[in-house]
Ligand binder design. Structure first.
Ligand code: SF4
Ligand code: SF4
Length: 329
């Protein structure tokens, strides 16, 4: 009997999602046993033309990792959508843009300028930037269009499921793959989240919450947190209250703040807006007798100690947030 067909593709991302699949250990053998791999450029020599040659709906399951950053990513998203019965946004970049999505705070032109010109590790006195088309003796070489706006996969094509995480944790991947292999019931498709929890990371976190208030924020290198105590209550901006569980609170367990990689909780559209309300609850500013202007000034003073609020609140989710990108440059 023919096995179901599996594809995995890597768009704008770091490659950690592919490594995470390999990190499921000997369970990878069950995947190999259960599926025919028909496209997986990271581990085997497949060409785009192989995929173009497949009939529509030929691929039973496609794990698509990476954001849509350039025209090549978009072309592959549309192609794999057409060729796949079940398309999964696999990992934070495909789900919500992740770190590549932070370039929505600026433009493609400014990003290229920083990468190729205004950069102390680059020697480029002529200010050469990548060209769309380059003439060579053999003809013309083209590179993809570098977009101004990074998008998540489901902002370009519909997806059946989303597996969050940067990267998704191997036990979660193994559980999802096992469910698919054994035919266990999955949630109804249409962008449902699988391989993660429903509550906040705080619910999985063993650190004690004491409803302490803080008068300033710290960057991780500025403070050695007291063991056993909630990091947010020590001034480290932990995204746990605004982030979906499922990782087992890996970061706070080792005294590192949660950076938010599992994305927003169920029912929360904007992770950054959600963390703001948690931040408001820990900031100590003002007393009942203060007038509004005085209170505002005290709040501003505390918030001024928070470095890079956009990059902290939206490190993983900017492209998929209500903001999506800055409006004008
Ligand atoms: S805010 Fe962070 S450190 Fe505090 S309980 Fe939540 S996950 Fe744990
Ligand atoms: S604690 Fe937060 S940043 Fe760390 S793995 Fe879990 S969701 Fe991701």
């Amino acid at each position: 009997m023919a096995k179901p067909k599996l594809a995995m593709y890597w768009a704008a991302s770091c490659g950690g999602c592919e490594i995470s699949v390999l990190n499921i250990g000997d369970k990878i053998l069950a995947i190999d046993e259960a599926f025919d791999i028909v496209f997986f450029p990271c581990i085997a020599d497949f060409k785009y033309d192989d995929v173009r040659g497949y009939p529509d709906d030929y691929i039973d399951l496609c794990l698509f990792n990476g954001a849509i950053r350039c025209s090549e990513n978009e072309e592959m998203a549309r192609l794999l959508r057409r060729k796949s019965k079940v398309l999964v946004a696999f990992g934070s970049c495909a789900y919500e843009g992740c770190v590549p999505g932070l370039s929505n705070l600026t433009t493609a032109r400014a990003t290229l300028h920083t990468a190729y010109i205004d950069n102390s590790s680059i020697d480029n006195p002529a200010g050469v930037l990548p060209q769309r088309v380059t003439k060579v003796p053999e003809g013309e070489l083209e590179i993809p269009v570098f977009y101004d706006t990074v998008k998540a996969l489901d902002q370009v094509v519909p997806v059946e499921y989303i597996i969050p995480g940067c990267p998704p944790e191997p036990p979660q991947i193994a559980a999802v793959m096992e469910a698919i292999i054994t035919g266990a019931e999955l949630p109804a498709p249409g962008g449902a989240i699988i391989g993660a929890g429903k509550v906040a990371v705080c619910e999985e976190c063993p650190l004690a919450k004491d409803v302490k208030q803080i008068t300033r924020f710290y960057r991780p290198y500025e403070i050695i947190p007291e063991p056993g105590i909630c990091l947010l209550e020590q001034g480290l901006l932990c995204m746990g209250p605004a982030t979906r569980s499922g990782c087992g609170a890996l970061c706070p367990r080792v005294n590192m703040r949660c950076e938010g990689c599992y994305g927003p909780l169920d029912g929360v559209e904007d992770q950054g807006a959600r963390i703001l309300s948690a931040v408001a609850s820990v900031v100590a500013a003002g007393k009942p007798s203060d007038d509004e202007a005085g209170l505002e000034r005290q709040i501003d003073e505390v918030m001024a100690t928070l470095e890079d609020p956009a990059g902290t609140f939206y490190r993983f989710s900017l492209a998929h947030s209500l903001l999506q990108r800055v409006r004008a440059q």
